[in-house]
Design a protein around this ligand. Sequence first.
Ligand code: ACO
Length: 431
Amino acid sequence: MTDTKKSATLSLNGESYELPIFSPTAGPDVLDIRKLYAQAGVFTYDPGFTSTASCDSTITFIDGNKGELLHRGYPIDQLAGKSHYLEVCYLLLYGELPTATQLEDFEGRVTRHTMVHEQMHNFFRGFRRDAHPMATLVGVVGAMSAFYHDSTDISDPWQREVASIRLIAKLPTIAAMAYKYSIGQPFVYPRNDLDYAANFLHMCFSVPAEDYNVNPILARAMDRIFTLHADHEQNASTSTVRLASSSGANPFACVAAGIACLWGPAHGGANQACLEMLKEIGTVDRIPEFIARAKDKNDPFRLMGFGHRVYKNTDPRATVLKQSADEVLELLGIEDNPLLQVAKELEQTALHDPYFIDKKLFPNVDFYSGIILEAMGFPTSMFTPIFTVARTVGWVSQWKEMIADPQNKIGRPRQLYLGETTRNYTDIENR
Ligand code: ACO
């Protein structure tokens, strides 16, 4: 991995230190500072990891300036257009597109793990009905380690494989159960004759009292939303999963930690916040008022679904979702949906405004996903759980890559300490 021909020289306190440079297959060069503290006695400072690679990986690559997202080298628009979610899961997990036989085998393995342990039903019933489904998901996924002991030994590659399949297969079931529980309806068991996305819609929207036929266009749109959210290299929740698992914790506990991180409004929670914002704007004539607020330094308001830490040109996932939104709303006969009109007009206004142009702020994946999900019948509280279902494969793939890496060691950041230095304890009567 190290390109021994390249290095950087750091001059510090009259001494010189050679820092090797890694050359990636794509993206900027990376300075190797692992020996810096041992050799020079200094730390580096980078809160928010804006300039720090926390690991090496072969799974996903993003070029934020070009607006490019690749999984194992394949562009996301090709995968969203020609592939489907479970094939992308295989690609992320194993590195190559599957043959027809490999895909059939993989789909069969996932399908046969979609049911959850029956006793988990009782576990759900301990939650309040008005709990946010993300709160339920954090608890229930963490509790999977109490139900599936036979796949928690991370030193055993077979158990790692079983845990991966279980997580990918059971997350839609658990998310649908969290939804059903929140609206007081009975849990709906998975159906193995349906594909991954159609089965999820079935578990969310069917009831025992009548038949429910999954609309194939809606199932395709659901599958596309899953595909577009499958992985996004070292984002906050993925880094949380990696850090949690660096101590040797079991995969169910680590994914639960990732879910907790994803919940925040600056990350996976933004799709819910975006739809709430579009509803608050309400009509096209109020857009200038909200654009002015977003630009006002004294107003904390931000355009939700706009901007990204890495994408500074376009978010390729948003481009695909905009098209999906048109298709879904047309299918449902609600092309004149006022939210879509507000979203499109807001996007155009912002894209032509010097503030957003200069700061390179573009619609991100969350800008259109909420409109599609709401049109399908999901409440806003289910938007982030759906993101969770989709991202589970990304977390699991990154976790498997990390555990199999012989260089894997516990993650232990250092700090810039600005607190008190040593002082003597004062007895309470003397304070
Ligand atoms: N609306 C208005 N101004 C914005 C927005 C926005 N959505 N996003 C960034 N800016 C401005 C900031 O005020 C800042 O201005 P300044 O330089 O004058 O201070 C500048 O653009 C840079 O913003 P930062 O917050 O420093 O950029 P960062 O990379 O840290 O944040 C983030 C990225 C969190 C996504 C941000 O753009 C944001 O808050 N967007 C809205 C929330 C959102 O949609 N999140 C979803 C992200 S995608 C995902 O997680 C799936």
